[in-house]
Design a protein around this ligand. Structure first.
Ligand SMILES: *Cc1c(COP(=O)(O)O)cnc(C)c1O
Length: 220
């Protein structure tokens, strides 16, 4: 008897399809399961199916639920995908394996200090405010070259660029723009694509897709 594919299998199949269309290797795309607002009962099945990469958007929430899960699945990688306040930099450096929301000089200073203190370098993506929206975090495209230089000077491992395109409009041009900014600045990683648009992001060069709803169902 054939059993229906799990959401995790379906998302991997979509990634494989997008890779085939764009002649990419699925091994080059990291699927980050975005588990924000989800409790251990929802997260466990994904761990049991072998997924070991998760994304959270709040330091405090992650501190509450992940240590117990990581104890049982020690090879789990945890990425911070949400905005980070400078006063939480030390806690973020202690818990996360990668930070996707480095977007301003004050946070850069706080993270560099926290990494020095912890004796641990945590790779960071520079978040770009790709649609230049007032309400969104992220470095403006015009400020990116100078900011990337500052990140490199601070000896913070630069994982790549990250973006969240404006809602309700076609995201592909924004993904293509982020890919161009990465190439212009000699950066290789691209964190882009969420449940509604990750196949397009993969076709335009994403190395990390951040998928929540398609794996867990809708959040409360
Ligand atoms: C919540 C969130 C996601 C996942 O969104 P879905 O639409 O549920 O896949 C991705 N990236 C960031 C920064 C998020 O906050």
């Amino acid at each position: 008897m054939e059993s229906a594919a799990t959401p995790l299998e379906q998302v991997h199949a979509e990634i494989a399809k997008a890779c085939k269309a764009s002649r990419r290797d699925p091994a080059d795309i990291a699927l980050i399961a975005v588990s924000k607002t989800q409790g251990p009962d929802a997260i466990e099945p994904l761990l049991a199916q072998g997924n070991r990469l998760f994304g959270e958007n709040r330091v405090q929430e992650a501190q509450g639920k992940w240590p117990a899960l990581i104890e049982r699945y020690p090879d789990t990688q945890l990425h911070l995908i949400g905005q980070l306040q400078s006063n939480k930099a030390e806690e973020a450096v202690a818990l996360f394996d990668c930070i996707h929301s480095l977007d301003r000089p004050s946070l850069l200073t706080a993270l560099a200090k926290a990494m020095d203190k912890a004796g641990r370098r945590v790779p960071c993506f520079v978040q770009v405010n790709i649609g230049e929206e007032d309400q969104k975090g992220g470095c403006l495209p015009k400020d990116l070259p100078a900011f990337v230089r500052q990140v490199r000077d601070a000896d913070i491992p630069l994982a790549g660029l990250m973006c969240i395109p404006p809602a309700e409009i076609e995201p592909a041009p924004f993904f293509a723009f982020l890919a161009k900014l990465a190439a212009d600045n000699g950066v290789s990683g691209l964190s882009m694509g969420m449940s509604g648009d990750y196949p397009a992001a993969v076709m335009l060069g994403a190395t990390h897709v951040r998928v929540g709803t398609a794996l867990f169902g809708s959040r409360e």
